[in-house]
Design a protein around this ligand. Structure first.
Ligand code: PYC
Length: 429
């Protein structure tokens, strides 16, 4: 089934807005069927993008996306909406660059205003070793035609005048990696765009549908699960569903969902906190990241500053904000931008990050036939949503691992082929 997303004229939008009703549902609410060709666990950007590309690129529409909460309730709604492709490894650069490309055409592709703002991205270096890493990244980036270069403090000041670049600060800015194509995008619109697009192509979206078990037979582990087994479906709080393919697209619960199939993931889960200020006149034209000071900041079109810091140092599934975080954040932000000292924080939140040993994801097939993973995103998940969906859909449709995600296979941890991406982190670890 293919239905086109509704298109409204400006007059139609005004009329509906003024009446405040008569909006058609963005996606259907349907009964859960007893079987699908593909079940996707997790209704965030990754799961929805995968469903969308299964339907649009490969004509696979008998697909259910299941989420235990609402669409976008997890990492997709709890990030700081930064996108970029200035990674450290050639594998990472190629992969995130495809994501940036898909983000760039998303408004037209999905017919939704995702507010993509290619405002540029500065990663500050405060030490000689940080400057060396920035030069390394710039070299790797440029070899792959990514617009990325190291600039000096005077150029940093020209791009972001509110930064204190004087040499007598506690952490002087020695230079920065400048990546003009990086920027921000409205994260919830991305979720809604993929959800609506997938729905219009016949995919079913089931919110408040929790996966309680993954059904596997013939495996080496307890209950016939684990390596050597074959997936047959899932058990949910709304009943059993059979499916020959189940894809784990969760964040936060990646390892617990994989455990249900008898697959062990090398993942520990840590909260990552963020905060937003009251709105002020726009003064920060670019995204600014300081790995050494553990802070990244951008200004929304409404004028709020959106901040993030390091992942919390303990493993937990709690998503509570903490005073420690706000205190440290405020201290570090003021080192960089003393002029914002009077701004008030409005809100803080946390998302969950599934950290792998090399800070790269786990994508593709697993030792359980029919059970695939798109997980282990650490602090890079949101920016990878579109490309992950596209590539996972291709993996399912062709039953072959696409080149772009081959480096991120689960067996790299036993084969010793790690893809070390810690040096590209905006977030302290
Ligand atoms: O890698 O750019 C990044 C990032 C920002 C916030 C979390 N990760």
């Amino acid at each position: 089934m293919t239905r086109r997303p509704p298109r409204y004229s400006a007059a139609g939008l005004l009329w509906r807005g003024a009446r405040g009703r008569d909006w058609p549902r963005a996606w259907r609410e349907v009964d859960l069927k007893p079987s699908y060709d593909v079940v996707i666990v997790g209704g965030g950007v990754h799961g929805l993008a995968c469903a969308y590309y299964l339907a649009t690129n490969h004509g696979i529409t008998n697909v259910a996306v299941l989420d235990k909460a609402y669409l976008g309730a997890g990492g997709s709604g709890r990030n700081t909406a930064i996108v970029r492709s200035n990674y450290l490894t050639p594998e990472g650069v190629a992969f995130y660059d495809r994501s940036l490309e898909l983000y760039g055409s998303m408004a037209a592709d999905l017919n939704i205003n995702v507010m993509f703002s290619e405002r540029g991205h500065l990663t500050l270096a405060h030490t000689d070793s940080a400057l060396r890493t920035m030069n390394w990244r710039a070299e790797v980036n440029r070899l792959q035609d990514i617009d990325s270069s190291v600039i000096d403090p005077a150029e940093v000041k020209r791009i972001a005048p509110s930064l204190d670049v004087s040499p007598d600060t506690r952490y002087p800015i020695l230079g920065a990696l400048y990546h003009p194509p990086g920027g921000t995008i409205r994260h919830d619109a991305v979720v809604w765009g993929y959800a609506r697009g997938a729905d219009h192509h016949g995919v079913e979206l089931h919110q408040h549908t929790e996966v309680l078990d993954i059904l596997v037979e013939g495996g080496d582990g307890p209950g016939g699960k684990g390596p050597g087994g074959r997936v047959t479906g899932v058990h949910t709080n709304r009943g059993a569903v059979s499916a020959p393919i189940v894809i784990n697209c969760t964040a936060g619960w990646a390892s617990t969902i994989a455990d249900l199939a008898g697959v062990k993931l090398p993942v520990t889960t840590h909260p990552l906190q963020a905060a937003v200020t009251e709105p002020v006149k726009v003064f920060l034209p670019t995204v600014v990241v300081s790995g050494s000071l553990h802070v990244y900041v951008s200004q929304t079109d409404r004028g709020e500053l959106v901040f993030g810091a390091s992942v919390d140092p303990f493993a937990t599934y709690s998503m509570r904000g903490s005073l420690d975080f706000t205190e440290e954040l405020a201290g570090h932000v003021l080192e960089l931008m003393p002029s914002v000292s009077k701004m008030r924080l409005m809100r803080q939140w946390a998302g969950l990050c599934d950290m792998t040993p090399d800070y790269s994801p786990v994508m593709g097939f697993t030792p359980v036939d029919g059970f695939l993973c798109d997980v282990g995103w650490g602090t890079y998940g949101f920016k990878a949503g579109p490309v992950s969906g596209e590539q996972m859909a291709q993996c399912v449709a062709t039953q072959a691992v696409p080149e772009l995600i081959a480096p991120f296979a689960l067996d790299r941890f036993t084969a010793g082929h790690l893809v070390g991406e810690k040096g590209a982190a905006a977030v302290g670890h």
